[in-house]
Unconditional design. Sequence first.
Length: 395
Amino acid sequence: MELNMAVEAGPTDVVYLDYNATAPLRPEAFAATVDALQSVGNASSVHQAGHDAASRVDLARRRLARLLGCASSELIFTSGATEANNLALHAVSSGDGALVATAVEHPAVLEAARAITASDHGQLIELPVNRDGITELGPLEEACRRGGVAIVSAMLANNETGVLTDLAPVIKMAREVGALVHTDATQYVGRLPLDLNDLDVDLLSLSAHKFGGPQGVGALFIRRGARFPHRPLLVGGGQERGWRAGTLNVPGISGLGAAAEAARIGLHDEAVRVAGLRDVLEAGLISQLSDCWVNGANSPRLPGVTSVTFPGAPADAVLAAMPDVAASNGSACASGAPSPSHVLLAMGLSREDADSTLRFSLGYATTERDIERGLDAIVRAVQEVRRAMAISAEP
Ligand code: PMP
């Protein structure tokens, strides 16, 4: 599927409502990436071309630092949030204490935590969530009382439902027992204002393509002074202060920086605008379709995300019935073996309801017209699938 949005910001025939999977490249990021691609220079080289590449990286680091409210020197560029999450957890051996993560983390946290604790014979404590997607902190409290917690990883915003985690009590409990706090902020960065001066986490992961940068580039924030063991995943040439060896992806990093800067400008107003569009979509679906609900509707959520269950309408069939709408089902099917969303199951949905859930995610280039067209197409597709299911269920 081709999307010209970033380059021309014009409409295409596809209503793109899948920003949580990846956002269209922002024009500023496109320009910065292409500009860097057209130049030569390894950011580690000592000649002028190397200095030019290094100054592109410096600019991107400063732009990202401004978006996050941290120092440039606290940022390590990676290949994305998957690597950033793995790096954050990998450094903390579960021999140093239990790893604690919410049950609704992205697989890039949960699978990393499972692999680490399996190889260290350590303990992974998964924090359950309630029906609204809010993390229950009882097991964390208990683990802290028993002692021996090494790190707590809790995402700022869930990728499937958009439900936000209130990190304040998590940070407080972790601080009392000297545990590190990591947050996967991949879906939050560039969507809502964030200030690391106020949010006292030790580590934070992000990925550029969720806020309009290129795919395959991201960063890990490591707070200065954090008691974080220096155990890199990749060793070699010592780039990124020894945290992440390998020639820097200068075009990708330049695009990330430009996207961070573009996202920062007008972030608050943009969040309000996008939330307004999301609310129109939700209200339209609920009023036009009988029997559907929004997961996490009672919780604080990201502005541009809605997870809607349409009982009796399997998500895959609905997606197939609306080829002009790009949205996501909740299943983890990257491996080719679809399984129901662990997030929705953790929130207490039945397998059948989880399989009848679609995620629509909006962002900076979403227009009112997209929502009008999207709403019509979704309503028609759900009605069509429900009708077909009813006919096929007839004796
Ligand atoms: N964490 C969250 C919450 C995500 O939504 C994603 C992307 N779906 C990732 C981590 C991984 O990001 P990437 O694939 O860019 O490494």
